[in-house]
Design a protein around this ligand. Structure first.
Ligand code: IDP
Length: 148
């Protein structure tokens, strides 16, 4: 029958951000606990404040969308935790842990579904970012961790 998943080594790295709402609400430990429980390795973990320059690069694909400026302002509203993870298929795996973009709709069991909610037309406050493809991961790791 049809394989449910690809067989063979596919070690990847992915860029994860714990957004300012995760830091403000004291959920950093809980989210990293879930990442470690899943079995991914932490390659880099850094608390830092984003800059407009870094966010313009990071969110370049969303420039011009109605939520772009609120998203950038939100991402500048406090420190974030920038993380690089490593493991087989960790790009898809972390996005599965994170859950759907809208925290109200995100499934229970996911970071956004368990820890997030709508705080009043602010879907951007969804706790985490995870790269969505190998190309995005390489690009985003280069933005946040140029030395890696
Ligand atoms: P993702 O983070 O689940 O991959 P994207 O579509 O890549 O979602 O959007 C990037 C981020 O922009 C989301 O995580 C969220 O913070 C914000 N965002 C996306 N869509 C909306 C929206 O309709 N309203 C407000 N913020 C949004």
């Amino acid at each position: 029958g049809r394989r449910l998943y690809k067989v063979g080594a596919m070690t990847q790295r992915t860029l994860v951000l714990l957004k300012p709402d995760a830091v403000k609400r004291g959920q950093v430990g809980e989210i990293i606990r879930r990442i470690e429980a899943k079995g991914y390795a932490l390659v880099a973990v850094e608390l830092r404040t984003a800059t407009p320059e870094v966010l313009a690069e990071h969110y370049a694909e969303h420039e011009g969308k109605p939520f772009y400026q609120p998203l950038v302002d939100f991402m500048l509203s406090g420190p974030v935790v920038a993380i690089v993870l490593e493991g087989e298929r960790c790009i898809e795996g972390f996005r599965s842990l994170a859950g759907a973009t809208d925290p109200t709709a995100a499934a229970p069991g996911t970071v956004r579904g368990d820890l997030g909610r709508d705080w009043g037309l602010k879907v951007q406050q969804n706790l985490v970012h995870g790269s969505d493809s190998p190309e995005s991961a390489e690009r985003e790791i280069g933005i946040w961790f140029p030395a890696l």
